[in-house]
Design a protein around this ligand. Structure first.
Ligand code: KG4
Ligand code: ZN
Length: 339
């Protein structure tokens, strides 16, 4: 049994992919957020190599936690709970953060909170706007998930729609490869798209005849066929136009459906989460669409859309307030459902 404090100091730890992150919050106030990335090392291989990620986490996790505490100007003993990502993600990578968090929580005699990574993305908005309260609609788009969610209370949400195949971020990464852009794909497609025009008619990512079902595999194939056919004809193609056209086809329906859901459910606030929410086009278009529909938009800074530990601490706070603590023998899990 643990005593539930009002504004607990929570240490968040995140190591599900190629970023080793630690952050400290007090209540909903962010005190520090540290991100060490092995992306430069991974870029040599064109994507994330799990073994490289695990080794990098092992080397960085201790330093990340020390730095987060030092930037928060707090000693280890100030921590009231340790929140850590236990899934989904790369198993070896997750195990590094989880083992570290378990030992720390055990040594300090404080609760361990096991956080679902994707729910962390959903919780990031609570730090960006300390007054944000449910209900709200969230557009969640990362490397593994694409969904529109209806958060009804701090612990309850409904999935209103999502992808039936690839995630939006995955499609960005695949299109980056088709266009021979280096890892990480998403930001590079965005950069290239900025100098292009959306003049190519790619199929939109909304499945025809459905209201809330997205699909990215057909769009990716359409981009691949367009480039391949142009090359076969010896014509070449304008890769900036391809990037810009793909970006619109991939993001416009997400923006439109997110706003439609807010109106349909009479919810006044929209939030975003996940790496794709760092996309400049998506952010600009969502601002316009929410203004037009008279909706409040909570848009976390880009660094809190991509992987970070502040969001893990934020979801940790929700679980802490619900008294939802993990047992010490909890295991990491490569795949866990959103709900
Ligand atoms: O949330 P995240 O950092 O990790 C996962 O939980 O998956 O999301 C990573 C995904 C990658 O697919 C990456 O290409 C995409 O987010 N991404 C972007 C941008 N920044 C990251 N996609 C489009 N535009 C961006 N600026
Ligand atoms: Zn993520």
């Amino acid at each position: 049994m643990y005593f539930i404090k009002k504004d607990p100091v929570i240490l968040g730890i995140e190591s599900s992919c190629d970023e080793t992150c630690a952050a400290v919050i007090r209540g909903r106030k962010l005190l520090s957020s540290v991100i060490f990335s092995s992306a430069t090392e991974q870029a040599k291989y064109g994507g994330v190599v799990p073994e490289i990620a695990s080794r990098a986490h092992t080397e960085a996790v201790d330093e990340a936690v020390k730095k987060a505490l030092s930037e928060a100007d707090l000693p280890l003993t100030a921590i009231d709970a340790v929140a850590v990502t236990y899934g989904a993600g790369l198993l070896g990578a997750l195990l590094v953060g989880l083992s570290f968090a378990k030992s720390l929580a055990y040594t300090l005699g404080v609760p361990l909170i096991a956080v679902n990574h994707i729910r962390g993305h959903l919780a990031a908005s609570y730090l960006c706007d300390e007054k944000l309260e449910p209900p709200f609609i969230t557009l969640l788009a990362s490397g593994g998930h694409t969904a529109v969610l209806y958060t009804k209370s701090y612990t309850e949400f409904e999935v209103l729609g999502g992808t039936c195949d690839d995630a939006a971020g995955e499609a960005f990464d695949k299109v980056a490869r088709i266009l021979s852009l280096p890892y990480p794909g998403g930001p590079n497609v965005q950069r290239l798209a900025e100098s292009g025009k959306p003049v190519i008619e790619f199929p939109k990512c909304l499945v025809r005849g459905t209201d809330m079902q997205f699909s990215y595999s057909g769009l990716k194939t359409a981009v691949m066929n367009y480039c391949h056919n142009a090359e076969q004809r010896g014509e070449g193609f304008n890769s900036a136009d391809v990037a810009a056209s793909f970006q619109c086809a991939a993001l416009d329906p997400l923006i439109k459906k997110t706003v439609q859901c807010a109106l349909k459910y009479n919810v006044k606030t929209v939030t975003v989460g996940g790496g794709v929410a760092a996309n400049a086009y998506l952010r600009a278009e969502l601002i316009k669409a929410c203004q037009k529909a008279n909706l409040k938009l909570v848009l976390p800074e880009k660094v809190f859309c991509t992987d970070n530990a502040a969001m893990i601490a934020a979801e940790g706070l929700i679980q802490y307030n619900a008294g939802n603590f993990a047992v010490m023998d909890i295991n990491a899990s490569a795949q866990i459902p959103l709900k």
